[in-house]
Ligand binder design. Structure first.
Ligand code: NAD
Ligand code: ZN
Length: 266
């Protein structure tokens, strides 16, 4: 885990942050890779982020895919296998329960692992309570998009990376498929981003969990809440560029702190 950002929060600090959330008519929850760390999905910047000695920043780029699509698909195949073995953790579950139990919660995630959706499905199956669908800013590793015609669909079958010809190709035009995720150096879908910023501007509180808040423009989403008079609550075991702007900083893992903060079982 990254360097500690301070002592764990006291019961009083958690209660004060909870009151703020309870009083807010609308809350935007912004999550990042740290949210899934306790499920066993490595963060990119953590010590276990390497694959075959490649750094994610070297593989998750359009240039890397253009140079060696087999290598990039092999990495995504490995990540899919890894994520398939993972389950939502107590943080995902608490958030899903809480979001389904009250009005006015929106979840915006940078995660591509589908674990928010899996937690929401668990809660819906067990309690019949349906929460909001998370807005996925960076796509999903279980979807693919055509590099020629841009057709996108679910893609969860094994990928044969022996040769370029065995890589997945488009059923419509025969073009090479790529993972439907946003890579470093690529722009986000403008409509999705617009929705995220608008929702943040309407929220009384932006709860930020498990993101290093260094990748723009996503790191600026909580600032839209601040600009319209709202406040930030941050959950992270390390300091981030948002920490000094947050009204409440809960220092620690989201799997432990979110059930406490949201006062729901994880
Ligand atoms: P990041 O790897 O840059 O940062 C992760 C953050 O999580 C750090 O601030 C770290 O201190 C914090 N963290 C670590 N353990 C935590 C825990 N148990 N509880 C709460 N916080 C914890 O991740 P990022 O900021 O999300 O940016 C990297 C990009 O890579 C993302 O935009 C995403 O698209 C992609 N990514 C996704 C996944 C996933 O879907 N699970 C995993 C790795 C990377
Ligand atoms: Zn196509």
């Amino acid at each position: 885990m990254t360097s500690a950002g301070g002592p764990p929060p006291s019961t009083d600090e958690i209660r004060a942050a909870r009151q703020l959330l309870d009083r807010a008519e609308r809350v935007l929850v912004l999550t990042g890779a740290g949210m899934s760390a306790e499920s066993g999905v490595p963060t990119f910047r953590g010590s276990d982020g390497l694959w075959k000695n490649h750094r994610p920043e070297e593989l998750a780029t359009p240039q890397a895919f253009a140079r060696d699509p087999r290598l990039v698909w092999e990495w995504y195949g490995w990540r899919r296998d890894l994520v398939r073995e993972c389950s939502p953790n107590a943080g995902h579950r608490a958030l899903a329960r809480w979001a389904a139990s009250r009005d006015g919660v929106s979840i915006v995630t940078q995660n591509v692992d589908g674990l928010h959706e899996a937690a929401a499905a668990e809660v819906a199956a067990e309690a019949g309570a349906v929460g909001p669908d998370p807005l996925r800013l960076h796509g999903s590793i279980f979807r693919a998009r055509c590099t020629e015609c841009a057709e996108e669909d679910t893609h969860d079958c094994p990928v044969d990376t022996r040769e370029r010809g065995t890589l997945p190709h488009c059923g419509h035009c025969g073009g090479l498929l790529r993972p439907a995720v946003v890579w470093f150096g690529e722009g986000l879908d403008p409509a999705t981003l617009d929705t995220a910023f608008r929702t943040a501007g309407e929220a009384g509180v932006c709860l930020v969990a498990g993101t290093s808040a260094v990748v723009q423009p996503v790191a600026s989403i909580p600032l839209a809440t601040l600009r319209s008079g709202g406040q930030i609550v941050e959950v992270n075991p390390a300091r981030t560029p948002l920490t000094h702007m947050a009204s409440h900083v809960l220092n620690g893992p989201s799997g432990i702190l979110l059930p406490d903060l949201l006062a729901v079982p994880g």
